[in-house]
Design a protein around this ligand. Structure first.
Ligand SMILES: O=C(O)C1=C[C@@H](OP(=O)(O)O)[C@@H](O)[C@H](O)C1
Ligand SMILES: C=C(OP(=O)(O)O)C(=O)O
Length: 451
């Protein structure tokens, strides 16, 4: 887990154009859910293309702790022998989720309606993040909770003996909260309803349907998504293929746009409409991005993304697009630094409760590299086109996306850029350095006197 490993500063500097064809690792959201739903099904689920990152491996460990058998074959195929809904064993020790918000919040949902006790811990970042957003609805379903003040980790739960289904309106745009309530609803008798005023990524709904749950999604008169799940299904095992992660793809996409002369193809990327806001935005900014070879697999659209270096222009990103690119704002801010004029990004309140306060971390990182920006309560405005940018050391605050975004900045800035800790990248994109090296980027460990 990253909270145990020592920081590893990394530095990038401008080199020649980035060229070549790569595949980024599997989608993180789908990978967590593949292991969870496989563990809750009766029988053998197989998963190809699983993201083998610290966050996802923490979920594998949690599912093993309640009795699922999860093995990796030599060819990379994961085989999950599920234990079946309602039959979870009580974990014998503390569950350590490291840096993984999705992992811990969805798992709390699953455990919260099983008659078991469990204690969750995480690293310095996860221990600061709000858990009340999932613990509050779980309490209403009958889960007992003891958590640190402010509903932070460490937290212990004792799942409800007689869980109650509920109707829950998600108060913030969060797929994790929606998913935690739905997963708690799996082991409740009767119907659980989640109302989602602002649509977020729908992997839980789609994948649960694939595993044989009775789940419906309709729109009410106010245009809100209403998700109804019938409790206590027998989930049927699946053979899953995890497509490439569009959030990880965001890094080579932006790098190819801003490093002069670049021409990069990223194959096999998930194009779910709730995940493609960054691509839409970069195209609006003038990015030369083409999606080819569109196909369907496992109920999702997938395609290859071809990107060529482009002169970008600043725009205002519609706030309502935020949920479809919520993890991509740090790297968008880097693209904005190379665009002409201002890029205005409103509707970013949720960025304050990610692995770091991403609004503040991005603003400080831009400033450290000579890029003018304004950090508002819930917006960021970046003025692009400054000269002599780069040369800064960015504080990553145990946040993989801050580290990767600023390493991308260093690939195109006048002076090198250092991320004070590159070890955190392993939480979501363990092959970041090797893939960028393949494309011709210079990503290097920082000599200790420079860090
Ligand atoms: O459900 C998911 O897989 C995720 C939901 C999002 O978090 P929120 O629900 O906090 O918006 C996102 O930031 C995270 O990386 C993955
Ligand atoms: C917010 C993220 O992840 P999580 O909430 O799962 O830690 C992310 O990967 O950017």
């Amino acid at each position: 887990m990253s909270h145990g490993s020592s920081p590893k500063p990394l530095t990038t500097r401008a080199a020649g154009p980035l060229t070549g064809t790569i595949r980024v690792p599997g989608d993180k959201s789908i990978s967590h859910r593949a292991l969870m739903f496989g563990a809750l099904a009766v029988g053998r689920t197989t998963v190809t293309g699983l993201l083998e990152s610290e966050d996802v491996l923490a979920t594998a460990a949690a599912m093993r702790a309640v009795g699922a058998k999860i093995e990796r074959q030599d060819d990379g195929l994961y085989v999950v022998d599920g234990i079946g809904l309602g039959s979870l064993l009580e974990p014998e020790s503390v569950i350590d989720f490291g840096n993984a918000g999705t992992g811990v919040r969805l798992t709390m949902g699953i455990f919260g309606t099983h008659d078991i006790a469990a204690t969750f811990v995480g690293d310095g970042s996860l221990s600061k993040r709000p858990m009340g957003r999932v613990l509050d609805p779980l309490r209403e379903m009958g889960t007992n909770v003891i958590a640190r003040s402010g509903d932070r980790l460490p937290a212990s739960i004792r799942g409800a003996k007689q869980p109650l289904p509920m109707t829950y309106r998600v108060p913030m745009a969060s797929a994790q909260v929606k998913s935690a309530v739905l997963l708690a609803g799996l082991n409740c008798p009767g119907e659980t309803t989640v109302i989602e005023p602002i649509a977020t990524r729908d992997h839980t709904e789609k994948m649960l349907a694939g595993f044989g749950a009775e789940i419906s999604v309709t729109l009410n008169d106010a245009g809100e998504r209403v998700i109804k799940l019938k409790g206590q299904p027998e989930l049927k095992p699946q053979d899953l293929e995890v497509p490439g992660d569009p959030s990880s793809a965001g890094f080579p996409i932006v790098a190819a746009l801003i490093v002069p002369g670049s021409d990069v193809t990223i194959e096999n990327i998930l194009l779910n409409e709730h995940r493609t806001g960054l691509i839409t935005t970069l195209i609006e900014m003038g990015g030369d991005i083409e999606i080819v070879n569109r196909r369907h697999s496992g109920g999702e659209e997938i395609g290859d993304i071809k990107v060529k270096a482009s002169q970008l222009k600043g725009i205002t990103v519609p706030a309502k697009r935020a949920p479809s690119m919520i993890d991509e704002y740090p790297v968008l801010a880097v693209a904005a630094a190379f665009a002409s004029g201002e890029t205005h990004m409103p509707g970013l309140d949720e960025l304050r409760v990610k692995e770091s306060d991403r609004l503040a971390a991005v603003a400080r990182g831009l400033e450290a590299n000579g890029i003018p920006c304004v950090e508002g309560e819930d917006f960021l405005t970046v003025t692009g086109g400054a000269n002599n940018i780069g040369g800064g050391t960015v504080v990553t605050h145990l946040d993989h996306r801050i580290a990767m975004s600023f390493l991308v900045l260093g690939m195109a800035s006048h002076k090198p850029v250092t991320a004070d800790d590159g070890a955190v990248i392993a939480t979501s994109f363990p092959t970041f350095t090797s893939l960028f090296s393949e494309l011709g980027a210079k990503v290097q460990e920082t000599p200790s006197e420079a860090a």
